[in-house]
Design a protein around this ligand. Structure first.
Ligand code: FMN
Length: 262
């Protein structure tokens, strides 16, 4: 029997996850170019990504590692996230059902029709691989940032990275040594997130309390935070997510992963 490697204690585990910060400013070389990770650290984080569990043994994801400065620069523009250019490592984490379809093809089998499943398990696998990579990087003392800003330029990203049908960007992911003083950001109180046996929607008071707890995450400089307002800017009528919806629907159709009937 293989014994799992263990953390020293539960406190160690909590301390490790408490040290997590999303970081957007990284230590660079003197000329501002990305500071490479030592080869063994790069190997470790890529290994971690590929050790992620996966649905149906399929590994329905791909990572595109961004190396060329011009590709980094274009991705920074397309995602509206400048730190993609300066991070030690930058990846685009994609759902990918193309490789499985190629395995079927090469083995004389015809792929079935399962676009909704492709999105469901493809995004799931992509997130698990990316999370493993980020956690491994944090174990080595780096910090990172997921970048959902890929939704701001999906069509251009698919062109730039030459993503074929069956491959859909989920998010970018940057890794590097932090060059900023980042606050510890709060989370929604546990009873609204971890449910016991049956789902609990939360009373109005519990929701108000959660907003109070979360308000600091929206603070900017001296201005106190207003989390409900921040969520509104993303998710309310006329918010950023409504703006992103048509681009994602178009990308799903372009990549052959749209399940709805026309
Ligand atoms: C899927 C996903 C997309 C995100 N997109 C962006 C982004 O486009 N730009 C950015 O600066 N941060 C982005 N973030 C980082 C979040 O803002 C950050 O995780 C959140 O505020 C919590 O902060 P913490 O990770 O430091 O605890 C993203 C995080 C996730 C998981």
């Amino acid at each position: 029997m293989t014994l799992p490697t263990r953390a020293q204690s539960a406190e160690d585990v909590i301390a490790f996850y408490n040290a997590h910060r999303t970081v957007r400013n990284y230590v660079t070389a003197e000329d501002g170019s990305p500071l490479p990770l030592p080869a063994d650290h790069l190997e470790a984080i890529l290994h971690a990504a590929q050790r992620a569990p996966t649905d149906a043994t399929a590994q329905l994801y791909s990572l595109v590692r961004l190396i060329r400065p011009e590709v980094r620069a274009q991705m920074a523009t397309l995602t509206t996230n400048a730190h993609i250019a300066a991070a030690s490592e930058a990846f685009v984490v994609c759902a990918d059902v193309r490789r499985v379809q190629r395995v079927l093809e090469v083995n004389g089998q015809q792929s079935g029709h399962w676009p909704a499943i492709a999105v469901h398990f493809g995004i799931g696998d992509a997130v698990m691989a990316g999370t493993n990579l980020l956690t491994a990087a944090e174990m080595l003392g780096y910090q990172g940032c997921w970048i959902g800003g890929v939704m701001n330029g999906l069509d251009g990203i698919i062109d730039l990275l030459e993503l074929p049908s069956g491959v859909l960007p989920f998010a970018a992911l940057t890794i590097g040594t932090s060059a900023e003083d980042t606050p510890h950001r709060p989370r929604v109180p546990r009873p609204l997130v971890i449910h016991t046996d049956t789902y609990h929607s939360g009373t109005d008071d519990e929701i108000r309390e959660a907003v109070e707890v979360m308000n600091p995450i929206a603070a900017r400089g001296d201005k106190p935070g207003d989390w409900a307002r921040l969520l509104g800017a993303y998710f309310a009528v006329g918010g950023g997510m409504e703006g992103r919806e048509p681009g994602l629907v178009a990308a799903l159709k372009r990549q052959g992963m749209w399940a709805a009937e026309e």
